[in-house]
Design a protein around this ligand. Structure first.
Ligand code: UDP
Ligand code: MN
Length: 383
């Protein structure tokens, strides 16, 4: 009996349709589960109130999608005049750790004021690229190594700024020209460290943070460490470069991301940790070669060690990101998910206590300290 000519085709089509629908349903359920887990995780107040999505912590590629979306939106955004004018007059954080209380009674009267008196708030950032010679002339008060102490009072904060660096000279010049006047006005006892990795090894931002921390401590008893991307330019000098009780994420509002957090658990860009925090979390992981993951790994370490995350106020912690493409020797790290997955397990043995590198050059230049190192990727990944 003739029933249907194309029975097998129809059956195949039906099966295909059922498979497709099941896949869509599965995807939906996974998203739902992830979302409710993430939302629960973010209910903790210490993660700030700027929660939009933390999915990037678990699926960074989704966060890439948001980044791209926002950089498209950003083209139509202009800052309103009121945004520029309404600035709080208090310091960014009143619970700063005072790191430099002098022992002698006479000195106490000379301690710098809690609120630095010459802060101006919102800044017009310098975009021009000065030569290092021009910069030296512009900032004659700097000591060798890009060091500074306020001349009239004893600073409350001993701060090392650590900048992971390779082949971005113009960005470095712009950063130095913008950062020095801000840090001086904040009356910090500080130095800027540029930590650079020799080629051809794939770039490793996190190991350069650990190296900068270690090399800075060889020079001076710094108490607070600000880890700073070279392409982020502060737009407000009330965003204090100091360390509060908990690790602090500082680059909260970046123009590239429309002055919003791209995902709630982000810790990249600019961050501040005390020496005690760094010891407690065993510094950064040394194993992230290439782009991505190392800042999320640090976030896990912070959680694991019982510390909370502090965020600088969104209205002050504003940054411009200098435009750049992806660097050749900093390809997306395909291992980052595997590394992140085992981050908690590794934290105790991968970090400051396993740090290995060779200093090729350490030079105290007029506007910064240059630490040029060689690291052995194979050896680090093996250990
Ligand atoms: N970096 C560098 N040279 C490189 C790659 C990275 O100096 O070839 C440093 C620089 O401080 C930069 C940071 O690592 O700001 C983060 O890298 P990138 O800017 O490429 O990442 P993004 O955060 O913009 O995705
Ligand atoms: Mn960048």
């Amino acid at each position: 009996m003739y029933v249907c000519d194309n029975c097998s085709t129809v059956r195949i089509l039906k099966v295909f349709l059922v498979i497709c629908l099941s896949l869509v349903l599965l995807q939906y359920l996974i998203n739902l589960a992830t979302y409710s887990y993430v939302t629960k995780f973010l209910k903790d107040d210490s993660y700030g109130s700027h929660n939009r999505s933390a999915i990037g912590l678990f699926f960074p590629d989704v966060s890439d999608f948001f980044k791209n979306l926002q950089s498209v939106q950003e083209k139509n955004v202009t800052r309103s005049a009121s945004e520029n004018l309404t600035l709080p007059s208090e310091p960014a954080n009143m619970t700063e750790i005072v790191t430099n209380i002098p022992s002698g009674k006479d000195d106490i009267g000379n301690l710098c004021p809690l609120v630095p008196p010459t802060l101006v708030g919102a800044l017009a950032t310098y975009k021009e690229v000065l030569s290092f010679e021009e910069m030296q002339k512009k900032y004659p008060e700097l000591q060798a190594g890009g060091r500074y102490k306020p001349p009239d009072c004893k600073s409350r904060h001993r701060v090392a700024i650590i900048v992971p660096y390779r082949n971005r000279e113009d960005q470095l010049k712009i950063l130095l020209n913008n950062l020095h006047p801000v840090l001086e006005r904040q009356q910090l006892d500080y130095a800027i460290y540029i930590t650079e990795m020799a080629m051809p090894t794939t770039f490793n931002r996190a190991i350069l943070m650990n190296i900068g921390y270690t090399e800075a401590l060889k020079d001076y008893d710094f108490q607070c460490f600000i880890f700073h991307d070279v392409d982020l330019i502060p737009e407000n000098d009330r965003n204090l470069y100091t360390c509060p009780e908990n690790p602090r994420h500082m680059s909260v509002a970046i123009d590239k991301f429309n002055y919003k957090l791209p995902y709630a658990a982000i810790f990249g860009g600019v961050s501040a940790l005390t020496k005690e925090h760094m010891i407690k979390v065993n510094g950064f992981s040394n194993k992230y070669f290439g782009w991505g993951g190392e800042d999320d790994d640090m976030m896990k370490r912070i959680q694991l060690s019982g510390l909370k995350l502090s965020r600088a106020p969104i209205e002050l912690a504003r940054y411009k990101m200098i435009k750049h493409g992806r660097d050749k020797a900093n390809e997306v790290n395909k291992q980052r998910f595997n590394l992140l997955y085992a981050a908690s397990k590794r934290a105790k043995k991968d970090g400051l206590n396993s740090l290995k590198y060779e200093v090729v050059k350490k030079e105290y230049k007029p506007t910064y300290t240059w630490v040029y190192v060689q690291v052995n990727q194979k050896e680090i990944m093996k250990s």
